[in-house]
Ligand binder design. Structure first.
Ligand code: ZN
Ligand code: FE
Length: 266
């Protein structure tokens, strides 16, 4: 399987998964129609299905045009999103396997950002939408911090370390600046930030990463690490169990400004 990254809107990523044995493709999170239709034409593939990680407009905005252009296309998502995702034709259950051509797709329910968020697992790749970002995670908008903690650390956290992570937004450099605010001595985070700044300077996406890399610098997967606990304690986090630390980190991130990093230096 080949994964084509399709930058959309200001900082979204849609993806086109190309089945290399036949000219079929699956679209993940069609944010807007034009870049996706262009990529489909360039690749010379026939889209047969759309996987929706969640119902937010910046992830499904391309649906009306795609449904119009490909009326038989299958649209997969959470069964409770029938009223929120246009054209949803197949509601899938947690851990349900769906076969599309030669591609086996596994749906993992990962609530927190929304109650009906899904991480799609295809051929060793996890399409996490706004649940797990490179070096960060989505905001808790519908669910609870407990749910998002479990989605990240237990559901996605149980996947193999070499799982490639493809997320819904290019938020990586800001996320790493926050990670370094929490763990100033995390070498993996500072090396990663240098790499990411170079990539972004060249307008190159920072996806995919791997889950094992994320465990080294993504603070939302590091709630039990000593350095994270020390910062949490120093900054007044009540309770140092992983869920309390996660909840504190998520609120702290909501108020974070990258200019906080490196204060005192020129
Ligand atoms: Zn979202
Ligand atoms: Fe989003």
């Amino acid at each position: 399987m080949k994964v084509e990254i399709v930058p959309c809107l200001a900082d979204n990523y849609a993806y086109i998964l190309v089945d290399e044995s036949q000219p079929q493709a699956i679209i993940v999170d069609p944010s807007e129609p034009r870049p996706i239709l262009e990529a489909i034409t360039r690749l010379g593939v026939e889209p047969v299905a759309i996987l929706c990680t969640h119902h937010h407009a910046d992830h499904i905005g391309g649906l009306p045009d795609l449904l119009n252009r490909f009326p038989k296309i299958r649209v997969l998502g959470h069964p409770q999103d029938r009223s929120r995702i246009m054209g949803l034709s197949e509601g899938v259950a947690h851990q349900e396997l769906v076969q599309i051509g030669d591609m086996s797709i596994n749906a993992l329910y990962t609530p927190g950002h929304t109650l009906t968020a899904i991480t799609w697992l295809v051929d060793g790749c996890a399409f996490t939408g706004d649940t797990l970002f490179v070096a960060g995670c989505g905001k808790v908008l519908e669910g609870t911090p407990e749910q998002l903690y479990a989605s990240l650390n237990e559901v996605i956290g149980s996947l193999q370390g070499d799982t490639r992570i493809y997320c819904g937004h290019e938020y990586t450099s800001k996320n790493l600046k926050f990670a370094l605010r929490v763990e100033p001595d995390n070498k993996a985070a500072s090396i990663k930030l240098q790499d990411v700044l170079m990539l972004r300077f060249a307008d190159t996406p920072t996806v995919p990463t791997t889950l094992s890399d994320e465990r080294r610098y993504n603070v939302f997967l590091r709630c039990g690490e000593r350095a994270v606990l020390e910062t949490a304690k120093r900054e007044g986090c009540k309770g140092l169990d992983p869920v309390s630390v996660f909840t504190w980190l998520r609120i702290r991130k909501d108020h974070f400004r990258p200019s906080e990093v490196g204060r005192g230096r020129s």
